[in-house]
Write a protein that binds this ligand. Structure first.
Ligand code: UD1
Length: 367
């Protein structure tokens, strides 16, 4: 099968690293497209290099902009690319703007869409990613889900069960394949850290684009760091906003640029607690058995709460200090790695696409 795999943003790059070799090993002819949604060295090139992802066959270089501008740029660029290239299936990953844009282009051309990480729902349509998830799933032919709750969400939305494939969590494939490649002691030394310490990652617009809320969170983090030193690797969006605020962090709160993937998983594995608004980090901490506090009002990954180490504390700065104190006092959730979060998800996706071929007429193959 001629497959086009789309990546655009940092979490996509991590997930495609195990996926590409598995798809190719299953005999698929794979083209890799980078939309250019994330473009800076730390968010893109360095990650490709670190994870050994081959160079994309095309990079659209769409860059930043409003959601409409960014999505429209991907739509136009991918439509043009498909004018020139043949493909049977477009595989999209996750919930970023590049995901929904390419799914839409493919569906309108009657090219089948495969969605990796389908079925996740926060039930919060104020999140741009929730809109992207709903639309992408509605347009997809193959829905590859990480957990039973995702299957249930899709069934409740009327998706036919024969299009839902529960394959496990692709992020975990990357995590398990790479943990052994990094020496946590070296990473801690690089950042001048000793245990115990806490790790913070916050980037969602609902928080960082609200100056008053971000200032209150930074004030709380400064206080918490008096008891537990904190490392805060910043997404470029967050760094920009912190600079605009003119916030001066105490030495116990280290604010640094984006850490590499290997550094990030090593830091998580050693942290006493992780405070985050990232989806992937909720999953990674569950796998690592490290307590996670999610600074959001909801999560599209409820299994990390029901079976993992995650606690959703709400977008309330005053909740941070007591939640961290509770973890340090030993109030830690039991963690079981969810079913199929075993490092074999990429292989299951590749196999499902091969075995589903017999029952599938490829109406979408076109030039
Ligand atoms: C995107 C995803 C989000 C994901 C996140 C991971 C959408 C709607 N959101 O959010 O789901 O959790 O990626 O990182 O697709 N910027 C840079 N360099 C870069 C990329 C971005 O400086 O390489 C800055 C720009 O100022 C840009 C801002 O970050 O305006 C936001 O980037 P954007 O791609 O719009 O969304 P993210 O916030 O990164």
């Amino acid at each position: 099968m001629r497959l086009v795999v789309i990546v655009g943003a940092r979490p996509n790059f991590i997930k495609v690293a195990p996926l590409l070799p598995a798809l190719e090993a299953a005999g698929h002819q794979v083209s890799l497209i980078h939309t250019g949604q994330h473009y800076s060295a730390a968010m893109s090139d360095e990650l490709f290099c670190e994870l050994g992802i081959r160079q994309p066959d095309a990079n659209f270089g769409v860059g930043s902009g409003s959601h409409a501008v960014q999505t429209a740029a991907v739509l136009t660029a991918f439509d043009g690319w498909l004018d020139q290239h043949e493909c049977d299936v477009v595989m999209v990953i996750g919930d970023v703007n590049s995901t929904v844009a390419c799914a839409l282009v493919a569906a309108k051309r009657n090219i089948r869409v495969a969605h990796v990480e389908a079925g996740l729902r926060s039930a919060d349509r104020s999140m741009p990613e929730e809109i992207n998830r709903i639309v992408t799933d509605a347009l997809s032919h193959w829905l590859f889900t990480p957990s039973a709750d995702a299957d249930e969400n899709l069934l409740a939305e009327g998706v036919s069960p024969d299009r839902i494939f529960r394959v496990g969590n692709i992020m975990v494939d990357a995590l398990l394949a790479n943990l052994c490649r990094v020496n946590p002691t070296d990473v801690l030394a690089r950042f001048g850290l000793a245990k115990p310490f806490g790790l913070v990652t916050l980037h969602r617009p609902a928080l960082v684009d609200d100056a008053a809320l971000l200032a209150a969170v930074l004030g709380e983090l400064a206080l918490v760091s008096g008891d537990l030193p904190l490392l805060f690797p910043c997404h470029p969006r967050t760094a920009e906003r912190i600079e605009e605020l003119g916030f001066v962090a105490p030495p116990s709160l280290k604010i640094v640029g984006p850490t590499s993937y290997l550094e990030t998983i090593a830091l998580q594995s050693q942290a006493a607690v992780v405070l985050t608004d990232s989806g992937g980090i909720q999953e990674e901490t569950t796998c690592l058995g490290v307590p996670c506090l999610t600074f959001r009002d909801n999560t599209e990954r409820p299994i990390t709460v029901s079976q993992g180490t995650n606690r959703v504390i709400g977008m309330n700065p005053a909740a941070i200090m007591p939640a961290v104190a509770a973890v340090l006092a030993g109030d830690v959730r039991h963690s079981a790695r969810p079913d199929l979060w075993d490092g074999q998800t990429a292989a299951r996706i590749a196999a499902a696409m091969v075995s589903d071929l017999d029952s599938t007429r490829l109406v979408g193959s076109r030039k």
